[in-house]
Design a protein around this ligand. Structure first.
Ligand SMILES: NC(=O)c1ccc[n+]([C@@H]2O[C@H](COP(=O)([O-])OP(=O)(O)OC[C@H]3O[C@@H](n4cnc5c(N)ncnc54)[C@H](OP(=O)(O)O)[C@@H]3O)[C@@H](O)[C@H]2O)c1
Length: 346
């Protein structure tokens, strides 16, 4: 098949490109050339999806069997590409997020859960908001045609080329060794998906022309936070690296050393009412349709291998733009703060 990847050069888009090329598909990628290298074998078209001129250049003289849109963040972007591609492609996959569901967080969500309100014609340039992904979904369904659109509501993605750095942060923290703050209940379950499994599932559904939507993440309950931490420790921690459990309470206590869940200790989701559904999205429809998720140990091993062997990267590009996806991850708890918390509560 001829497949257009809107993006295609980093993380999930890159995983789609790799899997599609391995299956013998003809791949076109469209991106600005900032976030990563296009894979050999793909036809790389440079351009900005916010620009109608660049998109017109992309579609000039080209058609595809299917489009995969991993990069839409603004409804206006999705509307523009969906309209332009309507007569030039047979199928459109838009990668959305569990964020788009109104009740994700406090509740268990599935494909029938209500989306956040955000119209398809939301003007461009909106500040980040989780409702924007809902607007992107609507824009593709309206602009391209819902009967040919597949919405994949992505759970938390991990795997090699994860420049956002949640799994990389934990692996690099373990590599520093010593006493490592292990937050909360180690038996609490998590729900993450390897980008390669996501891409394989997405390509299967694209190939069979499926429309509709899937909550696309691993089944709930197959990995605990304790197993996550222990796997990272075993892979990356030097001898003597010790996980030291600290309960949610002291970490959440107001004060100078209060810890921001999820951000300072990536993926730490404390036992709070608004977090009860975070790791419990209902992915049974995707499983029944063929989603297969590899063991976390394999994802962690491959991600650690990638981290240890990748080229060093700059956090600004030649034009001084900040926040490129390949920027070294700068979040995570301050080492001194972590050690203070361990001394007080560990
Ligand atoms: N990461 C997660 O845990 C997570 C969770 C839920 C949902 N999602 C969703 O999953 C999708 C994939 O996420 P990802 O992090 O892997 O992103 P991605 O697919 O790597 O998207 C970035 C790609 O899009 C290109 N791009 C970005 N802005 C562009 C523009 N204006 N014009 C042309 N190309 C552009 C980038 O290349 P250039 O910068 O070179 O242009 C890069 O190739 C996203 O839709 C995200 O919202 C992710």
């Amino acid at each position: 098949m001829k497949i257009l990847l809107l993006g295609g050069s980093s993380f999930l888009g890159r995983a789609y490109a790799a899997e599609a090329l391995a299956r013998g598909h003809l791949v076109t990628t469209f991106n600005r050339g900032r976030s990563g290298a296009d894979l050999p074998g793909a036809e790389a078209v440079r351009g900005d999806r916010d620009s109608a001129e660049d998109l017109a250049r992309l579609v000039e003289g080209r058609t595809w069997d299917a489009v995969v849109d991993t990069s839409a963040q603004q409804p206006a972007q999705a509307a523009l590409s969906a309209r332009l591609l309507r007569g030039r492609a047979g199928h459109y996959t838009v990668v959305s997020s569990l964020h788009a569901y109104a009740d994700w967080g406090p509740q268990v969500v599935d494909e029938d859960s209500a989306l956040l309100p955000c119209p398809a014609d939301t003007p461009p340039g909106q500040p980040f908001g989780r409702e924007l992904k809902a607007g992107c979904e609507r824009a593709v369904q309206e602009g391209f045609g819902a009967d040919r659109t597949l919405v994949l509501s992505s759970g938390l993605l991990i795997g090699p080329y994860e420049f956002g750095g949640r799994l990389p942060w934990w692996l690099e923290r373990m590599a520093r060794g010593g006493r490592v703050l292990a937050p909360g209940d180690p038996g609490r379950t998590m729900q993450v998906i390897d980008v390669r499994d996501f891409a394989a599932f997405g390509l299967d559904r694209l190939t069979d022309g499926t429309a509709g939507r899937f909550v696309t993440t691993a089944p709930p309950g197959r990995l605990t936070f304790g197993q996550w931490l222990e796997t990272c420790r075993e892979l990356a921690g030097p001898a003597g690296t010790e996980l030291v459990r600290v309960e949610d309470g002291p970490l959440l206590a107001e004060g100078p050393d209060q810890v921001t869940p999820w951000i300072e200790l990536p993926f730490w989701a404390p036992d709070l009412p608004d977090w009860q559904g975070i790791w419990r999205a209902d992915s049974r429809r995707a499983e029944a349709a063929g989603l297969r998720c590899r063991p976390f140990a394999e994802t962690a091993r491959d991600t650690w291998e990638w981290l240890r062997t990748r080229e060093p990267v700059e956090d600004t590009d030649a034009e001084g733009r900040k926040g490129r996806p390949e920027a070294p991850f700068r979040q995570g708890i301050e080492p001194a703060k972590e050690q203070r918390l361990l001394a007080a509560h560990g």
